[in-house]
Write a protein that binds this ligand. Structure first.
Ligand code: FAD
Ligand code: NAI
Length: 468
């Protein structure tokens, strides 16, 4: 048997890669992780999940003080924005968490090989001057921003998500291109801090992939908060003149063009897998037409001993999906059985209120049921009927549960509610355990909590909720 430098070598230290590395080391494998950034943690910890949530959290407080919510609670304050401090606390969160991964690597004896990795062959990776061999190699190189043809990101006037996290002043008018998760989260941050925000979305509704009712209601909620939407509209060009940008937009289906002036443009039209420079061909690998690396359900690629996880493979580009795949791939490499149920991966938009879902949308569930000669049942409960949401002056949103009409098995749960991201964990657990709407309706939920709305939506599937 060949003598390798490591049992497992992981390329990329995002939530997929670092979790895979720690798990592999815990399972007794000699593990190294290649990362070209200055710090570990990938997109998520450095320029994604964590810094965006730090700004969302801080701007929520600012907005609550500025928009009268706190005054309603009997707390009169006139907020003053200290943007450098807001950024400092963001960086503090990033530094603490990325440093935490470095600590966990040391603790678990994972070697960090600093530099860019490229395949020499299926068991050999070049990292700078070093050539490293491993019995198994995991590609966890993540994704980066999809560029908009003809629009050059300068991180000053035209920014991507990384630039939008670092603006040193509140723009007067920010135009967000793309009404997806990034556009809505980062658009919300700068709207709350005082910017006028216009969101240009190519499709006829924001948040593609989410349940139809949720998409409509979210649009209403954001409009109420002052975000303007231009739906079914495409951006055909952006020119920068001094410190202003001019966007040319036209109806997606074609029609007369118009211009919009902005002093900041956020390009957030999606992300694409990172495979450039990996020399995949040296390992005998190629990408699919979407630029992703295909794997089997064990996360092994078409080449034995080469595995792939996270944003670089098909599926939702989410940190928790990457983490779960990281655990599973390490277990599979170690000879155990690692599984990820891709049918039950929650999605959360961390706005105010939060928007969350798991499983099928009503549209997809209905289509699938019709194809199979079945039916679905839907139960909805408004947050305005939930005592805690009402007491906290947060009546926007609802919970919706979709179940199979015959078996009563829950097929999907969707929510707009202040803590929807936390609430959806209950739905994911229930669905993972094969719960019926009856199981949820007869589970005692603590009062007064927002989660009671999940129980009431389950009661609505079966007849009628109490508080409507
Ligand atoms: P990544 O985190 O992208 O990590 C890949 C790493 O590999 C990078 O550090 C990169 O430098 C490194 N790398 C790439 N190529 C090489 C190479 N050849 N050699 C060495 N190193 C290499 N998801 C959520 O679930 N919740 C959120 O709240 C959330 N918020 C987000 C906010 C923003 C602004 C953005 C941009 C993304 C957000 N995401 C969120 C998505 C989330 O960040 C990704 O799904 C997640 O980071 C994917 O993990 P990964 O391990 O596959 O890859
Ligand atoms: P996205 O795929 O969520 O949304 C992109 C939007 O841009 C879509 O609505 C699309 O129709 C629109 N669009 C595409 N081309 C356009 C054009 N030319 N003009 C106008 N609109 C156009 O992508 P986004 O927001 O960039 O996020 C990337 C990824 O990061 C997502 O897949 C998401 O999973 C992940 N992410 C997750 C977060 C979370 O879990 N809370 C937070 C932020 C990002």
């Amino acid at each position: 048997m060949a003598d390798y430098d490591y049992d497992v070598l992981i390329i990329g230290s995002g939530p997929g890669g670092y979790v895979a590395a720690i798990r592999a080391a815990q399972l007794g494998l000699r593990t190294a992780c290649v990362e070209s950034r200055e710090t570990l943690g990938g997109t998520c910890l450095n320029v994604g999940c964590i810094p965006s949530k730090a700004l969302l959290h801080a701007s929520e407080y600012f907005d609550a003080a500025a928009n009268g919510t706190m005054a309603k609670l009997g707390i009169k304050v006139t907020p003053e924005l200290d943007l450098p401090q807001m950024h400092a606390q963001r960086l503090d969160a990033v530094n603490q968490l990325t440093g935490g991964i470095a600590f966990l690597f040391k603790k678990n004896k994972v070697t960090w090989l600093k530099g860019r990795g490229a395949f020499v062959d299926a068991h050999t990776v070049q990292v700078g001057e070093q050539t490293v061999t491993a019995k198994d190699i995991v590609i966890a190189t993540g994704s980066s921003v999809t560029p908009l043809p003809g629009v050059t990101v300068d991180q000053k006037i035209i920014v991507d998500s990384t630039g939008a996290l670092e603006l040193d002043k509140v723009p007067e008018h920010m135009v967000v291109i793309g009404g997806g998760v990034i556009g809505l989260e980062l658009g919300s941050v700068w709207r709350r801090l005082g910017a006028r925000v216009t969101c240009v979305e190519y499709l006829d509704q924001i948040l593609p992939g989410f349940d139809g009712d949720i998409r409509k209601e979210s649009n209403k909620v954001f409009k109420k908060q002052g975000i303007e939407f231009k739906l079914s509209t495409k951006v055909t060009g952006v020119t920068v003149n001094g410190d202003k940008a001019t966007l040319t937009v036209e109806p997606s289906a074609g029609g007369p063009a118009e211009t919009i002036e902005a002093d900041c443009v956020l390009v957030s039209i999606g992300r694409r897998p990172n495979t450039d420079g990996l020399a995949l061909e040296n390992a005998g690998l190629s990408t699919n037409p979407r630029g992703q690396i295909d794997t089997d359900h064990r996360f092994q690629t078409s080449v034995p001993g080469v595995w792939a996880i996270g944003d670089v493979i098909p599926g939702p580009m989410l940190a928790h999906k990457a983490e779960d795949e990281g655990i599973a791939v390490a277990e599979n490499i170690a000879g155990h059985t690692g599984i990820v149920n891709h049918a039950v991966i929650p999605s959360v938009v961390y706005t105010w209120p939060e928007i969350a879902g798991v499983g099928l949308t009503e549209e997809v569930a209905r289509e699938q049921a019709t194809k199979n000669g079945g039916e679905i049942k839907v139960g909805k409960f408004p947050m305005a009927g939930n005592s805690r949401a009402k007491t906290n002056h947060d009546p926007d949103g609802f919970v919706k549960i979709i179940a199979d009409a015959k078996s009563d098995r829950v097929l999907g749960v969707w929510a707009i509610a202040v803590p929807a991201g936390t609430m959806i964990a209950e739905a994911a657990l229930g669905m993972e355990m094969g719960a019926t709407s009856e199981d949820i309706a007869y589970t005692c939920h603590a009062h007064p909590t927002h989660s009671e709305a999940i129980k009431e939506a389950a009661m609505a599937v079966r007849g009628k909720a109490i508080h409507v």
